[in-house]
Design a protein around this ligand. Sequence first.
Ligand code: UGY
Ligand code: MN
Length: 240
Amino acid sequence: MQNLGHTRSSYQRDHLLLTPDTFIRAPLPGMKNATAIVHVGPAAGAAFTQYTVELKPQGSFQLGDHQTFLYVLDGAVTALGKALTAGQYAYLPPGAQEIIAAEQFGRVAVIEKPFDGFESTAPAAFTGDERGTEPKPLLGDDALAVRALIPDNPAFDFAVNTLTFQPGASLPMVELHIMEHGLLMLEGEGIYRLNEHWYPVTAGDFIYMAPYCPQWFCALGKKPAKYILYKDWNRHPFSS
Ligand code: UGY
Ligand code: MN
């Protein structure tokens, strides 16, 4: 734990890198035998919230008022009456009041976003399995596979994708866009460029990118690098 004051974590005007050595665990209201690592929220300027929940045996937590996306990282949890294991996920509309529970243990990535879609009501709840989603090459690059976990439907006001980079693969360009991102590194390692900083990143790290943060990634090492990525989507720029 003692790193003589050194960490890769960094908080800048338009991005945030949080590495596991700086994670602080605290339960959120309604959590039982569970704790949360809050990665980002309005306090850092984000229009969404992302946290990781760690559940012990008989652990549970209740969803808040906003629409929620859950992605199981480890273990097993029950949501919408289904047992979900690593790589499986669920979407819940606002006000679902769902209780997510683990019999043994679970680790879940949670994204919450106030609904701001084209339609007046949010889409219905659903569950899915990443293994059942079709990998699509990004801009024709077979070394970079994108899996969309949220249906391509304008009723949704955000997207969650996983991106898997073969060693040496990179984003085809430095991206600079109005959408913000929450990113959790799931596997492997690489270099993330965020604005004028180049960070070595590895599995377990979290990144927040504010609107217009210049961004680029290249996978290093001998194994693929993979991350799960939130972005606001299908929204007019006048939306809050
Ligand atoms: O979809 C995206 O904006 C994505 N390619 N960005 C990223 O990976 N930083
Ligand atoms: Mn992007």
